[in-house]
Ligand binder design. Structure first.
Ligand code: SF4
Length: 389
């Protein structure tokens, strides 16, 4: 045990983690309350290293928002618009397919697609979109829709959640996204996202998808009006569902963005809070393989540091992120593969390009000393990537 952990107030939690014991909710709260960020980070780094070794991953993907029209008005949301708003938008299936075609040249292996709860698009629009995208390239992995979109589509189609998911899967859906979890405690939920699905509904959509053989990610929006105990409660419910289904491929903590919304919290979480939340997530979620540092919310610099605080993944190139940026995120709208590889290497990890399910596609070898990074042949990368995806 390192000298500073031996003297740390968190020594007993570190010993549990080393012994492979699960930490309790009270332990997680102590970790959140500790001011000894380095000790919390060191415990998380130990847990990460044991699970993921020296690799850190990223994905080459493109985000597409098919529409920002939404029948809800979640208080924290800066993305949604009503039909009367001048800056509302919706894309046709052909426009979305064209965006996918163009992104193929960048070497993407995944399309990540979400939108608002559209007031009038029929269910056939969503199945048609999935089929059209698989026609663009059948090997593209389609990670689409939040749990609340699935409930909305089920309501539209007048089908059960199970039937809805089955039809979407048959049309080409590969993975659900993790969005919409926010914070599960009902009091917080109604303060930031009144009218949204309950925690039970969110978890039940993912449970149903997992039982159909699907995988998904999950999230937690932190740093607004919730308490630290609320975060532990949220993680507890995710850990319990993962025990039941083992269907979550990764966890993505999302730092709250404060602009253009109705929540009376006008600062984003600090770097300290963000690193601490990522670290506690890694330690507490002992049944999750992957914890993502979401650079869109953190900035790439802090996401890079998070690789030493429990995270093993930097998420993706993204290309056109709208939801966080409309809420004030200061990060760029895309990240280059080169920047992510550099960030990972500098943090002492081996960069690994992954697919939607966090499975490795290729390990990026170090450039020869004194020589620049070899240029990437996009078409070859795409062939290689999609052949193994
Ligand atoms: S968070 Fe989602 S459901 Fe809520 S208003 Fe925004 S787009 Fe609609």
């Amino acid at each position: 045990m390192s000298f500073f952990l031996e003297r740390s107030e968190l020594r007993d939690i570190y010993q549990k983690v080393v012994a492979g014991e699960r930490i309790s909710d009270a332990d997680a709260l102590r970790l959140f309350q500790s001011k000894d960020l380095n000790a919390v980070g060191a415990i998380a780094d130990f847990a990460r290293q044991r699970k993921c070794g020296n690799n850190a991953s990223y994905i080459i993907n493109r985000y597409i928002n098919y529409s920002n029209y939404c029948i809800l008005s979640c208080q924290f949301c800066a993305f949604a618009r009503k039909k009367r708003d001048a800056d509302g938008f919706q894309y046709s299936i052909e426009e979305i397919a064209e965006m996918a075609r163009q992104a193929l040249h960048l070497g993407i292996t995944e399309l990540h697609i979400v939108g608002g709860l559209h007031p009038s698009l029929p269910f056939s629009y969503y199945t048609g979109m999935l089929r059209a995208l698989k026609t663009v390239d059948s090997r593209l992995q389609l990670k689409c829709f939040t749990a609340i979109e699935i409930l909305h589509l089920a309501w539209l189609a007048k089908k059960s959640v199970r039937e809805t998911l089955t039809e979407l899967r048959d049309a080409g859906l590969d993975s659900l996204t993790g969005g919409g979890a926010e914070i599960f405690r009902p009091e917080v939920r109604s303060a930031i996202a009144k009218g949204k699905e309950s925690a039970e509904e969110y978890l039940d959509v993912h449970r149903t998808w997992h039982k159909l053989g699907g995988r998904s990610t999950c999230t937690m929006l932190f740093g607004h009006v919730e308490s630290l105990a609320d975060r532990v409660d949220h993680l507890r419910q995710l850990r319990a569902l993962q025990d039941e289904t083992h269907g979550f491929s990764g966890f993505v903590p999302l730092p709250y963005q404060p602009e253009n919304n109705q929540i009376p919290v006008k600062t984003a979480p600090t770097g300290f809070d963000s690193l601490r939340t990522i670290a506690v997530s890694r330690i507490y979620l002992d049944n999750f393989d992957h914890i993502t540092a979401y650079w869109v919310g953190l900035g790439l610099k802090l996401a890079q540091v998070a690789l030493s605080y429990g995270a093993d993944d930097l998420h993706g190139t993204i290309i056109e992120e709208k939801i966080f940026h409309m809420a004030g995120a200061a990060s760029p709208q895309l990240q280059t593969e080169t920047a992510m590889i550099k960030a990972i290497r500098e943090a002492g990890r081996v960069p690994v390009q992954r697919n939607t399910f966090y499975e490795p596609i290729r390990t990026i070898a170090d450039p020869e000393p004194g020589k620049p990074e070899p240029p990437t042949s996009r078409s070859k990368v795409l062939d290689d990537n999609l052949a193994t995806a």
